[in-house]
Design a binder for this molecule. Structure first.
Ligand code: TXA
Ligand code: MG
Length: 342
């Protein structure tokens, strides 16, 4: 299959480009498009065959439910039931934006393979001009996971999508680099209090300022089945083993030296201020005082590591406040929980 990559920016009207994407989606094809978090791979959520193509293109396990993207808040009631006051308050406060709400699902509306194994549905309205225009022109909901091959970091640039999915999908809309750079916060609104299943750009602090205390899924008992099926899969893993390391210049230099003395090459992902020429590669992802900036550049840096000959990757930790919680959540997954010890 030939993959077309089309640029859609704000400097032009792009009417033809959007129409091409809408026509393909309406005909049951899948299209990659930018959102404010990461690029998504969309297919019409009511079209079972289109949804099947998403799983195939990504190589995604078929028991992991997809998020349904909508263009207006009113549409929620077409797919979800028992929408609580708290849910309304969160949608009013943070939509469009990087927050996915999990509701009880109205049966027989979205295709069954969008929500395998669950009776709920995760819905969000993305805050990106390309995603919103696509959804509002199409006038149908889009099921859209991140547009990477399963197990790869989510794409934050069109060229990441191209690297993973070229030849497997017909169209990529290139809207430049995404803003947040980490996937949306997922919150389960079917339990009281609601439970954050995946931290993201809308932080716990922001949510609690609107609806009061919420839980986080890692506070739940271990024996309980994972409520967000995606949590059980290894994620975002770069090719070389990755270890988390303290934000300490001395410790980083010692680690780099020790690794190199074993004859291994090492890449470091960290803040600008800890940049060291001792490392074989150093990917500076932003100011240590600006975790939003570091989050926006994390996945790109993971992919850049894959393009090096590094035998080992060290990634510098941040604190857990605000978006730091989501940043560290992704880093711990990429590291499979490992920290570097001399
Ligand atoms: O920012 C995002 O959320 C991006 C963009 C494209 O919108 N999408 C995204 O989708 O990250 P995906 O499929 O890569 O991750 C969706 C996550 C998975 O962990 C999945 O298990 C969880 O959301 N999820 C989806 N529907 C769910 C449901 N009904 N109940 C519990 N978890 C759900
Ligand atoms: Mg994903």
């Amino acid at each position: 299959m030939k993959t077309i990559v089309t640029t859609v920016d704000n400097s032009m009207d792009n009417e033809r480009e959007y129409q091409q994407a809408v026509d393909m989606l309406a005909a049951g094809e899948v299209v990659a498009f930018p959102t404010e978090t990461v690029y998504g791979l969309g297919g019409v959520a009511t079209d079972e065959k289109a949804v099947e193509k998403i799983f195939k293109a990504k190589g995604r396990p078929s028991d992991n439910p997809l998020i349904v993207h909508i263009g207006t808040q009113e549409e929620v009631a077409q797919y979800a039931k028992n929408i609580s006051l708290e849910a309304e308050q969160l949608m009013d406060a943070f939509w469009p934006g990087p927050l996915t709400l999990v509701f009880e699902q109205l049966p027989q509306v979205v295709a069954p393979n969008v929500t395998p194994g669950v009776t709920t549905v995760g819905i969000r309205m993305p805050d990106h001009p390309v995603a919103l225009r696509l959804l509002r022109t199409l006038k149908l909901p889009l099921a859209a996971p991140s547009a990477n091959r399963s197990g790869k970091p989510s794409p934050t640039e069109a060229k990441h999508v191209e690297k993973d999915l070229k030849g497997r999908i017909p169209l990529i809309l290139d809207g430049g680099q995404t803003g947040v750079g980490l996937e949306s916060t997922v919150i389960d609104m079917t339990s009281t209090p609601p439970v954050i299943l995946r931290p993201g750009g809308i932080t716990r602090e922001m949510i609690e300022s609107v609806i009061g205390l919420v839980e986080t899924s890692h506070e739940l008992k271990k024996e309980e089945a994972p409520r967000s099926p995606g949590m059980k899969y290894a994620h975002y893993a770069p090719e070389a083993p990755l270890f988390i390391i303290e934000a300490n210049e001395e410790k980083i230099r010692e680690a780099v030296t020790a690794i190199q003395e074993e004859g291994q090459k090492v890449a470091v992902i960290g803040p600008n201020n800890l940049m060291t020429t001792a490392a074989d590669w150093y990917f500076a992802i932003g100011s240590n005082k600006n975790v939003e900036e570091m989050a926006a550049n994390l996945y790109k840096a993971l992919r850049q590591c894959d393009a090096t000959e590094a035998d080992l990757i060290l990634a510098v930790e941040t604190d857990l406040e605000g978006v730091g919680e989501a940043f560290m959540n992704r880093l711990v997954k990429a590291a499979d929980g490992r920290r570097y010890h001399a």
